[in-house]
Ligand binder design. Sequence first.
Ligand code: ATP
Ligand code: MG
Length: 331
Amino acid sequence: MALLEVEDLEVYYDSEDGPVKAVDGVSFQIEAGETVGIVGESGCGKSTLAKALIGILPKNGYINGGKILFKGEDLTDMPEKRRRALRWDEISLIAQSAMNALDPVYTIREQILEAIDAHYPKMGRSEAQDIIDESFDLVGLDRDRQTDYPHQFSGGMRQRAMIAMSLVLEPSLILADEPTTALDVIMQDQILKRINGIQQESDTAMMVITHDVAVVAETCDRVVVMYAGELAEEGPSEFIFGEPYHPYTLGLKSAFPDIRRSEQDLVSIGGHPPDLSNPPSGCRFAERCPLATEVCREESPPAVEHGELRSFCHHTDRIDAELRSVASKAR
Ligand code: ATP
Ligand code: MG
């Protein structure tokens, strides 16, 4: 049994134009100790997926269908109390806006202690203090700064504190949503490597959401490529970055190392993702795809397997001849 099994998950948002289908029929698994990267353009549903997994969707967001099995328990129909007990302890989130998630009126140490207390009310102070010390060491924060308030920390330090907090209870799964600022992106790399280090000792799994594909290539065992709320392709990093079978993945590849900065590099796949409140039938990528034909506009793509790669495309057999050679020349 995988640590996490996401099955046909649908996460929608209510809006005036009808439901926004931000995650629409997504399935994948994460094994214990594994690091899985989630990539795809802005708005494709990455944060929505993470929020649904940890149960912090905004008011207008809801799970429309599917399952999220964590150690065999379905998170989608679990009582809120049980779910809250799993948060931090079993699944923790390093949020996209992690820097703002600290409470300004308590010191960092008080906040971490509170998280420990909530889950291990019987733990003694000195044991708790040891854990906090260790977690500060781990993220490279000076132990002396534990009694600081969040405003005394720089943005980067706050983020490290959040990460320390998310590691303190040794969760089985860490969800890391990408930092937004350039400064944090540099730090993200260091911190992911640190987390990678402890993962090996503790069998912690991690799901990393990032625009920085270089980071994914370096730190992730497997990669899930999302497009417009759906899976485009999924498989081991070396194949996703080496020989993908989905034209979208290939397009992303030519936008390496940073998808966000290189809109001009994405000319190979010009255009924009579809409106998620009214997505096209058939393949959602068809409108932008150099390989698209009639069938793509009419029928949802099947999952095609090439070794360990799963590619949702009608034309994986044409990618070699028509696209890969062109893409490698362009690089
Ligand atoms: P980014 O890379 O920019 O962080 P993302 O992949 O994390 O993007 P999401 O934030 O998950 O994307 O958004 C997915 C889709 O859901 C987008 O179309 C977005 O506009 C929409 N969306 C997100 N939050 C809400 C909300 N609260 N209400 C309605 N629509 C929303
Ligand atoms: Mg996001």
